[in-house]
Ligand binder design. Structure first.
Ligand code: SF4
Length: 225
């Protein structure tokens, strides 16, 4: 497992340098190999997820299943702004009229204190997932002086599926129903024939990323204000 050894080695090097590490996950099937490897390398690394209030119930069930299986510490990050303050004058929730701001409030802002209190952010983006992600590098700066580490960047979908199969890891329960890229329930659709998997997120909008990963692709690594 050369990929595993390389990830283990790099995490070991961060540790020896006294770096404070954390990881994030979205609990999708393709997230599972990274979680599996982290569970073998160091279960004390906290794994955060955006607990937006819009996750599928099946995702929360899958989270609990993975926690029991892998023994990782999953920590939900809740938005500071209550949903009652995320409505327009007609009562419509923000994702219907400003999804960028909705992602910012519910996903990006809650991560800021974690970025500010750690040195290395381990996340599972892959270059083959979208044009935006192709522009990323294995290591690159993030906000608040944190370093992004993308151990899965060069992994292909085939490698991910192979790892899942070889280690008999579970898929997200909604995958069997045709969902391949799964995020918040209002912004996720089943995979459509002829489209890549990320197209099933924010379908019909120009939006392709939640904001956690967009700034770097745009060359913007400024601290959020
Ligand atoms: S994915 Fe949709 S519901 Fe979730 S935070 Fe972003 S806009 Fe809001």
């Amino acid at each position: 497992m050369p990929a595993f050894l390389s990830i283990q080695e790099r995490i070991g090097a961060y540790r020896r340098a006294g770096k404070r590490l954390f990881a994030t996950t979205s609990f999708q099937s393709h997230s599972v190999p990274l979680l599996h490897m982290l569970s073998l390398i160091d279960r004390t690394i906290p794994v955060y997820y955006a607990d937006t209030g819009y996750l599928f119930p099946a995702t929360l069930t899958f989270r609990d299943h993975l926690r029991g299986l892998l023994g990782l510490q999953f920590i939900g990050l809740r938005p500071a702004v209550p949903k009652s303050q995320q409505r327009d004058a007609n009562g419509a929730l923000m994702f219907t009229w400003d999804p960028d701001r909705c992602c910012d409030l519910n996903k990006v802002r809650p991560l800021e204190p974690i970025l500010a209190s750690h040195d290395v952010w381990i996340n599972g983006v892959r270059a083959d997932q979208s044009e935006v992600r192709k522009a990323m590098q294995v290591e690159q700066p993030a906000a608040f002086g944190c370093l992004r580490y993308h151990p899965m960047l060069d992994w292909t979908a085939r490698m991910v599926h192979h790892h899942i199969k070889v280690h008999a890891l579970p898929p997200h329960p909604l995958e069997a129903e045709g969902y391949l890229s799964i995020g918040c329930e209002p912004c996720t659709r089943k995979l459509m024939h002829g489209y890549d998997e990320r197209t099933s997120r924010w379908y019909g909008l120009k939006k392709t990323e939640c904001g956690l990963h967009t700034d770097l692709a745009m060359g913007n690594v400024q601290q959020p204000t």
